[in-house]
Design a protein around this ligand. Structure first.
Ligand code: SAH
Length: 335
């Protein structure tokens, strides 16, 4: 066996995991917790379509759509709040797992599938990604007294090798002994989204867990059978994720000529879009048990102790895009 760079190991492990497991047996996500999550994002997308000048057709792209629940909820809301948007949109899903593509096809049969953003047609676009970037492979670098090293994997154990200096972005700082994580795949994806929205006009909504500011430290984690396990468990037996570094991705998007709004916490974003009001409207029409589940779901999405603060929402948009719903009033600052 030869030593494998961590990002290569993680990419291989997740490709096996997502093609052989039902990830939702191991973890749940916001669209699976409450239909209101997708409905609010559907209304948000419809607003943005108007804002973009009602382009027809418009690309509605989702990266890492899981079971297709978010897109199904978005489409239902779009049909109800703005039928003209529902008619103009063309759904494109970026998904590598054949198993999950089949689940998505059951809910969103009119979609076109892609392995990556590269093959998605160009044009005005509204892109959504919920818990997509956290699944992309990271590299880990360790600050040693003598310089940076990089972490490799060999036979289920860690190995350190001297790092290629240029692989660690200059602004990333760490004390001796600390680890810095770099998500080159997320940077490339966000850079490509930024390039597209700048050129063809559009907006990208990135929702994920991770801090607003870059921080040193290990965030890589593995979940199998709903429990944390060793990230170096046999490839494909666990879901590997890492915190998304929103500050780093904001730099990438701005460097590509796009504007950035947020990040704001998921709790603040959803509350601003009307999470609790919409939940109450639905709950009043439902039997007691379902109503309680809806209210409970809203709290899970928004409460700081649940997903409300750990998750952040950031928008990448064309240059000069005014502040969008749920985002801070000043469009171009992350402070
Ligand atoms: N957005 C969904 C699912 C999140 S799980 C939800 O919120 O429920 C991560 C999703 O990203 C899965 O659909 C997985 O198959 C997909 N994925 C992971 N790595 C990918 C990659 N490199 N390219 C495309 N899709 C990927």
């Amino acid at each position: 066996m030869t030593a494998e760079r961590l990002d290569h190991f993680m990419a291989r492990a997740n490709a096996i995991y997502y093609s052989t497991h039902d990830p939702f047996a191991d973890f749940t996500t916001s669209p699976e917790i409450s239909q209101v999550f997708g409905e609010l994002i559907g209304a948000w997308a419809a607003y943005n379509w108007q804002h973009l000048g009602r382009p027809d057709p418009v690309l509605l792209v989702e990266a890492g759509p899981g079971r297709g629940t978010l897109m199904a909820d978005v489409l239902r809301a779009a049909r109800s709040v703005m039928p003209a948007f529902a008619t103009a949109l063309r759904v494109h899903l970026i998904e590598t797992s054949a198993r999950l593509r089949a689940a998505q096809a059951a809910r969103v049969p009119m979609a076109t599938w892609h392995d990556s953003l590269d093959s998605v047609p160009t044009g005005p676009m509204i892109l959504l990604a919920n818990e997509f970037l956290d699944a992309l492979p990271i590299r880990q670098f360790v600050r040693r007294a003598g310089g940076w090293t990089e972490r490799f994997v060999l036979d289920g154990a860690w190995l350190e090798r001297p790092a290629d200096r240029t692989a660690v972005p200059a602004e990333r700082r760490a004390a001796v002994g600390q680890v810095v994580e770099v998500n080159e795949a997320a940077r490339a994806f966000v850079g490509a989204v930024a390039e597209r929205v700048r050129r063809d006009r559009g907006v990208g909504l990135l929702v994920d867990y991770g801090p607003e500011r870059s921080a040193a430290g290990v965030s890589l984690q593995a979940i199998a059978q709903a429990r944390p396990v060793d990230p170096l468990s046999p490839p494909g037996t666990a879901d590997l994720t890492a915190h998304v570094d929103f500050a780093d991705l904001a730099l990438v998007a701005r460097a590509a000529g796009a504007s950035v709004q947020g990040p704001v916490t998921q709790g603040a974003f959803l509350a601003e879009l009307g999470l609790f009001k919409r939940t109450e409207v639905l709950a009043r029409e439902r039997p007691v048990k379902q109503a309680a589940a809806l209210r409970d779901g809203a709290l899970r999405l928004a409460e700081p102790r649940a997903m409300g603060e750990l998750f952040n929402v950031m928008v990448v948009a064309f240059a000069g895009c005014p502040a969008l719903p749920g985002m801070p009033g000043v469009p171009d600052g992350i402070s």
